[in-house]
Design a protein around this ligand. Sequence first.
Ligand SMILES: [Fe+2]
Length: 229
Amino acid sequence: MTFRHPAAGTHPAFATPSYGSTALRAPKLAPLSLAQGPVELSGPRFDTSVLYPHHDDMTRQSTAAPLGERIIVAGQVRDENGHPVPNTLVEIWQCNAAGRYHHPRDDHDAPLDPHFNGNSRVLTDAQGHWKITTIKPGAYPWRNHPNAWRPAHIHFSVFGSSMLQRLITQMYFPGDPLLGDDPIFNSIPNDKVKERLISRFDWSLTQPEWALGYRFDIVLRGDEATPAN
Ligand SMILES: [Fe+2]
């Protein structure tokens, strides 16, 4: 099985001047086109040995509940033909409700939450579905430009069935006033494609007396591909 190239205008350019750190990591030369071989058309396989205790509920990974608004986030991973991608690893990381990562390099003057480390891993089921319970992340400053604040977001890494499908991206929340001025979100060149990164509020995921639910489907490659971010 071979894979189509990404549709033009789906993914951000490697170098985006308004997103300062891309200048440090963007290739200086044009990419080479390589034939798809066994390395590209296969990928690592994961089983339940990589999952944490309470892997799908980030509000239960400590001795007490973290602070913040509890939310449920779920979706389906599909391939370029619309088929579910079963049993693939979805890795998730995010800051806490105050907008701070549990990471030594995060020195934002906001409280750490001893009951929230912001990491999770889930495997998709036979129909490509995954679901987590977590805390709604806060906005945080990032010094890219004066008064720069990231919109609330959750980071995702999805392996897919081959290395050509691997995707690292971010999920945003509907109605976030920071989206319009975020250089990372706006590094995606097409407004319609950008919308694929905004989760949908979903009553069918919302649980009464417990948590609001958001849906975030992920498409690996093809015309409907979820963009990298
Ligand atoms: Fe982030």
